[in-house]
Design a protein around this ligand. Structure first.
Ligand code: T3D
Length: 258
């Protein structure tokens, strides 16, 4: 049986592919735990500068595998704390940029996963559905945190209450994705984008992610203090010296060192 997560590394980009295509990559526990473990491994691996999460086949992720719920020996709370919450925390806490490459439908916790990336690239035919209310559940895996910050309370509520499908053009308009890429050649275009990101200063981006994450829940005063603290770490790093030297020499900076 093929693994539920496929892992592939090329040019500093680790691509993790959800691999249950017959079920639109609906998530069972094995998939969620393996994805989290693979993300942690990517974080620890010096050869990896950017992580891409995508789906095999025509779906990105259809959320919880509904065939996997009955007879479970965990409460909903226990299950979220065991599977989805560590996954979302790992993505948000990862020291490297995470691209969610949304190749097809993202529903339920799959929608949350799609929103959780640092960069969200969508195929033209991708879509997102806050599908939870169809089965009378509450949006989870971070949807209640991500979505209102992107679209405001009212559109978030409407999308969650009605479970309407958001297609790529609206997703771009609403700020749910950074770019729409053609279906044809989507994986190659994602790789090219990821490689460009991988050429950027990794240490500075790590601190940038840390600062932005903190700023999502902090005051201006706290953000200014943290910027001042992190700027010291960035300014003391060789990347900064390389950037300034390259600027003065009128050449491109080289931020990738073995
Ligand atoms: O701790 C907890 O358990 C709570 C956590 C909750 C997190 C959640 O994510 S709750 C939400 C769970 N997800 C859903 O309710 C989505 C269910 N799926 C759909 O609504 C539709 O499949 C889609 C709108 C996503 C896509 O529709 P469509 O028409 O493109 O595809 P389809 O024909 O419905 O699905 C294709 C196959 O995938 C189909 O199997 P079949 O008939 O070909 O054998 C379908 O049953 C299967 N599939 C799709 N989603 C799921 C699934 N199988 C199991 N679980 C799924 N979530």
């Amino acid at each position: 049986e093929s693994p539920v997560i496929l892992s592939h590394t090329s040019a500093g980009v680790r691509t993790l592919t959800l691999n249950r295509p017959d079920k639109l990559n609906a998530a069972n526990d094995a998939l969620l735990l393996m994805l989290t473990a693979e993300l942690q491994a990517a974080d620890a691996d010096n050869a990896v500068r950017v992580v891409v999460i995508t789906g095999a086949g025509r779906g990105f992720c259809a959320g919880q595998d509904l065939g996997d719920v009955s007879g479970r020996d965990m409460t909903f709370t226990e299950h979220l704390n065991h599977t989805y919450n560590p996954l979302i925390r790992t993505i948000r806490g990862l020291s490297k940029p995470v691209i969610t490459a949304v190749n097809g439908v993202a529903a339920g916790a799959g929608a949350s996963l799609a929103l959780s990336g640092d960069i969200r690239l969508w195929a033209q035919s991708a879509s997102l559905i806050e599908v939870f209310s169809n089965i009378a559940l509450v949006p989870d895996s971070g949807s209640t945190w991500f979505l209102p910050r992107l679209v405001g309370y009212h559109r978030a509520f409407a999308l969650m209450a009605l479970a309407d499908r958001v297609r790529a053009d609206d997703a771009l308009k609403y700020g749910l994705c950074e770019e729409i890429l053609a279906d044809e050649g989507f994986a190659d275009a994602v790789q090219a984008y990821a490689e460009r990101l991988a050429s950027r200063p990794a240490h500075a981006l790590k601190l940038t992610k840390q600062a932005l994450n903190a700023a999502m829940t902090s005051t201006l005063d706290a953000a200014l203090d943290l910027e001042a603290e992190l700027q010291q770490l960035a300014g003391d790093h060789w990347e900064h010296e390389e950037g300034v030297t390259a600027f003065k020499a009128k050449r491109a900076p080289e931020f990738v060192r073995a």
